[in-house]
Design a binder for this molecule. Structure first.
Ligand SMILES: C[S@@+](CC[C@H](N)C(=O)[O-])C[C@H]1O[C@@H](n2cnc3c(N)ncnc32)[C@H](O)[C@@H]1O
Length: 218
């Protein structure tokens, strides 16, 4: 008999009240566009949604923090950064691991400005490098082996999903034993990560609509 466990009910592993305060503020001010915004001509235009975070679920953030702490991660990737919720969890782990860098990617300048403010409010500005522009360009050179990558993408009108395009750029830069967490379960991303030929094994976690956690093994 499957057991129903409510999401987001446990305490966060993050202890720093300054970080928790910013996370709580972002959660308390979450907004979602009206449904008809996704039917209009600008539904794929990231700039048209500059006021919305579309941020990760607290359970996903806590998992990112916990895994990064456990593996001693020092170089991690946040695709995409938006207003900085996922970057806060990553940057807190980098700081609490004794040092490291979260490399973020975000297309919309206004969101990058907000993310940088939120990281500064949390006292974590020194642990983040948020790159402005198209992640398919800005994440090509991460400067060394990556321990953990979040793939939290954005819908495109046609062709391969951004999640699929970005995992193909990140996979060769991820170390063996590194993790990838995916939020939106894009079918072509799942096909890539579940194909043993690509060197990953993964599980689908019951968080949101299904959160894929993959481990690089080869
Ligand atoms: C689901 S949100 C990310 C939420 C973020 N992880 C958080 O927890 O706050 C997806 C973001 O992708 C950005 N985006 C869309 N296309 C992009 C691209 N080609 N390169 C970088 N960022 C992009 C959007 O502007 C949007 O902010």
């Amino acid at each position: 008999m499957p057991r129903e466990v409510p999401q987001g009910t446990g305490p966060s592993p993050i202890r720093d009240p300054r970080v928790l305060e910013v996370i709580e503020r972002l959660n308390a001010t979450r907004r979602h566009p009206q449904d008809d915004a996704f039917a209009g001509p600008s539904r794929h235009d990231a700039d048209a949604f500059a006021d919305y975070g579309f941020s990760i679920h607290p359970d996903q953030g806590d998992l990112i923090y916990l895994l990064c702490r456990g593996m001693g991660a020092t170089r991690v990737v946040d695709f995409a950064t938006s207003i900085g919720m996922s970057a806060l969890y990553f940057a807190a782990a980098m700081r609490d691991n004794g040092g490291g860098r979260v490399i973020g990617a975000e297309l919309v300048q206004a969101k990058v400005d907000t993310a940088r403010r939120n990281l500064a409010d949390a006292g974590l500005a020194d642990y983040a490098d948020i790159r402005v522009g198209d992640a398919r360009e800005t994440l090509r050179d991460l400067g060394g082996p990556v321990d953990f990558a979040l793939i939290d993408g954005w819908p495109l009108p046609e062709g391969p999903s951004l999640a699929r395009q970005v995992i193909e750029i990140l996979a060769p830069q991820l170390r063996i034993g590194g993790y990838v967490l995916n939020d939106n379960a894009e079918p072509d991303f799942l096909a890539y990560i579940r194909d043993p030929a690509n060197g990953f094994m993964s599980v689908t976690l019951p968080i949101k609509r299904g959160t894929e956690l993959a481990l690089k093994i080869g």
